[in-house]
Design a protein around this ligand. Structure first.
Ligand SMILES: [Fe+2]
Ligand SMILES: [Fe+2]
Length: 172
C-alpha cells in the first residue's frame, strides 16, 4: 500500500471529493463574512477590508465547484464545514490561514485527479481557484507577519480532517 493520493478515481468519488471541497468553500464564505466585520482595531483595518473581498471570491469558488459537481451528474451539498469562532483577531486570522492551507492541499490533489480523468475543464477551473487561495494565504500570512506555510497534504482524503501540529504551521 502506498501513501500517495489515489489518482485514478471514479466519477462518483470525484463528486464526493468535490462536495467536501464545496463544504470548505461554504465554510470560507461564512468565516470571511463574519471575521471581516468583527475584526476590530486600527491594526486590522486593512486586513478586515481584504477579508471582505475574500468572502466574495469564496462565493465564486463555491459556485464554480457546484457547477462542476452538477456537470459530473452529482448533487451539490448544502452543508458547510464547521466555522471556528473567537474574539481574538489573531486566532481568527490563524483559523483562516489553516483552512486555506488545507484547501490548497486538497485542490492540488484534485487537479491531478481531474487530469488523470481527462476532465481538463475541471482542472482548469480548479487551477484558477487555487491561484486565488494562494493569494488569500499570502494576505493572511502578511497580516500575521509570518511566512506562507506549506500546504497540508490531504493524505488520500479520508473524511476526517487532519490536524497539524501548531508549531509546524510555518517554514522558517
Ligand atoms: Fe475558496
Ligand atoms: Fe480562500
Amino acid at each position: 500500500m502506498t501513501k500517495k493520493p489515489a489518482l485514478n478515481i471514479t466519477r462518483d468519488r470525484m463528486i464526493q471529493l468535490l462536495n467536501e471541497d464545496l463544504a470548505g468553500e461554504y465554510q470560507a464564505i461564512i468565516a470571511y463574512t463574519v471575521y471581516s466585520q468583527v475584526l476590530k482595531g486600527a491594526a486590522y483595518t486593512d486586513i478586515a477590508r481584504e477579508l471582505e473581498l475574500h468572502a466574495g471570491e469564496e462565493l465564486q469558488h463555491a459556485i464554480k465547484i457546484a457547477k462542476q459537481i452538477d456537470y459530473l451528474g452529482g448533487m451539490p451539498n448544502v452543508t458547510p464545514k464547521p466555522v471556528k469562532t473567537s474574539d481574538d483577531p489573531v486566532a481568527m486570522l490563524r483559523a483562516d490561514l489553516e483552512n486555506e492551507r488545507t484547501t490548497v492541499g486538497r485542490y492540488r490533489e484534485r487537479i491531478s485527479q481531474a487530469e488523470a480523468m481527462g476532465e481538463f475543464a475541471l482542472s482548469e477551473t480548479l487551477r484558477a481557484i487555487i491561484v486565488q487561495e494562494q493569494e488569500h494565504e499570502i494576505d493572511l500570512s502578511a497580516a500575521l507577519n509570518i511566512n506562507v506555510p506549506l500546504p497540508i497534504k490531504p493524505e488520500n482524503s479520508k473524511t476526517g480532517r487532519k490536524r497539524p501540529k501548531a508549531n509546524r504551521a510555518t517554514r522558517r
